[in-house]
Design a protein around this ligand. Sequence first.
Ligand code: AMP
Ligand code: MG
Length: 488
Amino acid sequence: MTKDMTQTGWNFDNSYVRLPEIYYTRQNPTPVHAPRLVVLNHSLAHSLGLKVEYLQSEDGVAVFAGNRIPEGAEPLAQAYAGHQFGHFTKLGDGRAILIGEHITPKGDRVDIQLKGPGRTPYSRGGDGRAALGPMLREYIISEAMHALGIPTTRSLAVVSTGEKVIRENDLPGAILTRVAASHLRVGTFEYAVRWGSKEELKTLADYAIERHYPEISDDESKYLLFLKAVIKRQASLVSKWQLVGFIHGVMNTDNMTISGETIDYGPCAFMDTFDLATVFSSIDREGRYAYGNQPYMALWNLTRLAESLVPLLDENQDQAIKMAEEALGEFGKLYQSHWLAGMRAKLGIFNEEDEDETLIKELLDLMQEHKADYTNTFKALTLGKLEDNVLFGKAEFDDWHAKWQSRLNRQEESKESSRELMRKNNPGVIPRNHRVEEALEAAVEGDFTVMEKLLHILSNPYEYSAEQAAYCTLPEPSGLPYRTYCGT
Ligand code: AMP
Ligand code: MG
């Protein structure tokens, strides 16, 4: 007997299955041997209207494991395509299954997706499974991003499966339950224009508009407005990544959402030392997705979206291309104004002066030159405690500091309000790579306490609490660069 909604909180209403069939394949998860709940996100569960006690019960865990389909769910794997490192490929959910769309108590529609639930028609050579370490890594970093105020998919739970996944070594298997505004990607539109009819492309665009940009749904030029709206959200999103030093690592078009949420936490990581060329991903040998390249790659991806939408923009193709180009032309300005506003806030600046950009650039140049830690430098400026920073005592930095102080003196707001603004915009703590690794290593050995403590610390990054201090120290220099891996 399935429990009813009042006992579980699940409230499914599935719209994706009503799209043309080319966009998905109905697919149930493959049951696993011995599921065990490893981590559950209580506050997210509450905001989704789900009953924590039920989620922790055998029935609830069975849902996270793919062993039970909750009432109202209609599992499916989504079809999509994507440019991976510049090369176009047909993809799809190879190791993910959308179990359904849940309607929250506030009326929001969210995808409930299992990551690692077994093979689907899009798995190609893969096993459709995921390992515990990488699923916990997504959980930790996506929740840290949320706490930092950056739009992102969320992580509701991770279960271990009691099964091994075969990678280079045998690893413990796991499934992550991911919650997202939707899983529509730039790659979904690339798929539509390549393998669907014009009518099917239109249906997908109408669906995306209805779901994420309903305010434009009645407009005559809604497809152009849709393109502009996605450009706007992505410009804002990527500026937020840059401001906290987040490196996505695999900004392929299948990993860029239409909703404007960060998605796909594979090889991502936060930068320690400020360096525009920072790359962590082992497969990004050319630095395509390096820190300093992220805004350019976002525009590259949006250009693929614009191309996909050309057939809907205007009957006249030349005119349609012109419209798309104009929309894309706005990205740079939008990105720059978000980034500049964010940087001003990081430096406690309220109003605008033409010279601000130079002031910011000079600081970043000093950080790059002297290998300063990005997060800790802004934190030191916020606290006015610079003694431990590599920039401290350098004549050029003293000059910069004096310039910055006089900039602050030129605005009406008090030093106290400046500091307050800085505290809200400079995280006291980020998920440092060595801290994340340490938590994952313990978890894979069966000790989840290290991860729980880390999750707690990361849930309040702007608090500037005493307990954060231990999480701000840099790793012992190992001589080797930190490396991350995809698809593990
Ligand atoms: P990602 O690098 O996670 O964005 O994945 C790229 C593509 O590879 C997507 O279509 C995934 O579904 C697929 N994929 C990744 N890992 C696996 C796996 N273990 N089994 C099947 N498909 C996978
Ligand atoms: Mg992906």
